[in-house]
Design a protein around this ligand. Structure first.
Ligand code: PMP
Length: 403
């Protein structure tokens, strides 16, 4: 058996052993419901409050702000957008987002559009950076919320949040930030960046799956979208997932304490990976920004071949990787993110998304850089496309195939 190497951390991260150990007692010993007044309940309630403080510290939140625990980033994004839109309907009906948001944002806004909310998707440049001038111009007197991610999960581009925060502040419009891809990778501070709502995912912090959080600045009100017993300040009902929340709390604490160390380690691996591939493979191009990118992200497209085929060959060699969006590679549609960056549909299909993690090693990077070029060469030899037979000749077929 070849060693299994995970270069697909944006889809799943192995939980930190310290986190797993900290969760263990909350399954059987401290099983109480935080809503119960007896001692078992109060032990759990204390653990949840401690986790709230740990998560708040990671993002520089104030004691007066709220951290709402959810089932994950998708729920946090739904609560942020739907909850805010319903609650603030009287103030206006316009929401601004970017073209490269995660589908849990894009599809939630589409759902709101069916209920009378208007939206504007701000374009990005060739590197995936949000056009801040277009953002400013998109603001109307009906705009109630701006939702822009901190960093892109797919191509790794880090947005100019400070500038975006300033634009939102001066227009007096709350800013929601999806920080799933960036939290723990690069510093984030809600007060420095003028953020009013922020989405986090536990698993991306090396915590357990099935837990997330939504930060709400003091004074920001959202309507509940999950009704019931009134847990989580009445905003998100349902008995708390205590082991999961405890795990997310410790994961956040570790992420904050060790962020600089992890970032410098991963940046080194990432740069060797990118340089190694670009040096050894012709007509391979980096997607996303060359410098303003996440420490753990390398996204590279290879002309004339399909990312799916590369992925399959790499998995025979033990490397777990993804094509374009890690969350949507089940569909044949090309990545909306790459397309927004002006990359053609055909080229977008040749993209490989490599997301590294703390447990990856230099030896794994070196082996990958050895293993990949012959795979690309073999697939290109079988491809009908080449420098001399450009994509345009196949465009009609391409469209029949994918639509
Ligand atoms: N936002 C971003 C930027 C993501 O990458 C993801 C997926 N990892 C999500 C939101 C949704 O997260 P989940 O599937 O854990 O709910």
């Amino acid at each position: 058996m070849v060693e299994q190497v995970n270069f697909n951390h944006s889809a799943g991260v192995p939980i930190d052993e310290r986190v797993l150990a900290a969760m263990q007692p909350y399954f059987r010993t401290y099983y109480g419901n935080p809503g119960s007044v007896h001692t078992a309940g109060q032990q759990s309630a204390k653990a949840v409050e401690n986790a709230r403080i740990q998560v708040a510290r990671l993002i520089g939140a104030d004691a007066k702000d709220k951290i709402i625990f959810t089932s994950g980033a998708t729920e946090s994004n739904n609560l942020a957008l739907q909850g805010f839109a319903y609650r603030n309907r009287r103030k206006g009906n316009h929401i601004i987002l970017s073209q490269v948001e995660h589908l849990s944002i894009i599809n939630t806004v589409k759902f709101l559009n069916k209920q009378g909310f208007e939206s504007t998707q701000v374009p990005v440049d060739e590197f995936g950076l949000v056009n801040t001038k277009a953002l400013e111009e998109a603001i109307t007197d009906q705009t109630i919320l701006i939702s822009i991610q901190h960093a892109n999960n797919e191509v790794g581009t880090v947005q100019p949040l400070a500038e975006i925060g300033k634009i939102a502040k001066s227009a007096e419009i709350p800013l929601h930030v999806d920080a799933v891809a960036s939290a723990g990778q690069i510093p984030i501070n809600v007060s420095d960046h003028g953020i009013s709502l922020l989405t986090l995912s536990s698993n991306d912090l090396y915590g357990p799956k099935g837990v997330g959080a939504l930060y709400l600045e003091k004074g920001i009100a959202v309507q509940t979208i999950i009704l019931g017993g009134g847990q989580e300040y009445g905003i998100r009902s349902g008995s708390e997932n205590v082991p999961g929340i405890v795990g997310m709390g410790l994961a956040a604490e570790i992420a904050m304490r060790q962020q600089p160390e992890f970032a410098s380690y991963l940046t080194g691996l990432r740069d060797d990976l990118i340089q190694g591939i670009l040096k050894k493979v012709d007509e391979a191009y980096l997607n996303g920004h060359p410098t303003k990118r996440l420490p753990n992200n390398a996204n590279i497209r290879f002309s004339y071949i399909e990312g799916e085929a590369i992925t399959l060959h790499l998995s025979f060699q033990g490397f777990l990787v993804a094509t374009s969006s890690a969350c949507t590679s089940k569909t044949l549609a090309p990545s909306h993110c790459l397309m927004s960056m002006g990359i053609s549909e055909a080229e977008a299909h040749g993209a490989l998304q490599l997301t590294l993690g703390r447990e990856n090693t230099q030896a794994q990077i070196d082996r990958f850089v050895e293993v990949l070029p012959p795979i690309v060469e073999k697939l290109r030899a079988m491809s009908p496309l080449s420098k001399d037979v450009p994509y345009e000749l196949f465009e009609n077929e391409e469209h029949e195939h994918h639509h």
